[in-house]
Write a protein that binds this ligand. Structure first.
Ligand code: PGA
Length: 240
């Protein structure tokens, strides 16, 4: 696992966009694993700029998103479907049929999860998976647990995740369940890039980098990946 420390979130966005741009140029029909949350927003803004400049194109790209809330309409302002369209897809030349986001309202969640993993497999696997990290060390919505999860599955969100993400929701309306790629789905990606900024991530980053590999700190599994890169700012790195 490679760790790169930066002065600012802007520098991280440039570095992350560089990693994605290189792939998009050398393999225009690549498969991207994408993430939501605050962490990737600046990277998406930079990728939009480069796409508008003609430096990169998403016209042949397939994307798979890490996770989606359950029991939230797809067009809700807080759905990850809406997030991805507002922060990236609506502003680049991607084809809608190449966008894959889990249906958190599927009647049969298990079937939805299985088909999602099969679609990734059939697309040839994910070339680069982008990740954020939760204050509790989660990746995707893989919360601290007694064992590492396998493929995509339905998960009950922990209190810490509900606390972190409920700032985006009115009242107490944040969903309690989500569909998420499992740890094994994530680890199958050929390359993984994790972004962490701010002091609130310092404990999780310390445990990920300096601690043992344990499902209690899901991101720690990245130490077992042959090509995982952590892009973190000085605040997130302050306990290292
Ligand atoms: P954030 O969330 O990017 O909004 O900090 C990351 C996560 O919870 O995985």
């Amino acid at each position: 696992m490679e760790v790169r420390i930066f002065n600012s979130a802007d520098e991280i966005a440039t570095a992350c966009a560089d990693i994605f741009s290189e792939l998009l140029v050398t393999k225009p029909e690549c498969v991207l694993g994408l993430a939501t949350g605050a962490s990737p927003v600046k990277t998406y803004t930079e990728l939009i700029k480069r796409c508008k400049n003609g430096e990169i194109s998403f016209s042949k790209v397939k994307t798979f998103n890490l996770d989606e809330y359950c029991d939230l309409p797809r067009d809700d302002k807080n759905s990850y479907y809406t997030f991805m369209h507002e922060n990236l897809f609506n502003s680049v030349d991607i084809k809608e049929e190449n966008v894959n986001i889990l249906d958190g309202n599927a009647a049969d969640a298990e079937k939805e999860a299985k088909e999602f993993d099969e679609k990734i497999e059939n697309a040839g696997g994910i070339d680069i998976q982008l990740l954020g990290i939760g204050t509790n060390g989660h990746i995707g919505f893989n919360e601290p647990a007694d064992s590492f999860s396998d493929g995509t599955f339905k998960v009950k969100l922990t209190d810490s995740t509900i606390k972190s993400n409920s700032i985006y929701f009115d009242d107490d309306s944040m969903p309690r369940y989500a569909l998420t790629m499992g740890i094994n789905s994530i680890m199958k990606a050929k390359k993984i890039v994790l972004i962490a900024t701010g002091e609130s991530k310092a404990d999780a980053i310390k445990a990920t980098i300096d601690g043992e590999v344990t499902p209690q700190v899901p991101a720690s599994v990245l130490k077992n990946h042959p090509d995982a890169i952590l892009l973190i700012d000085k605040a997130a790195a302050k306990l290292l």
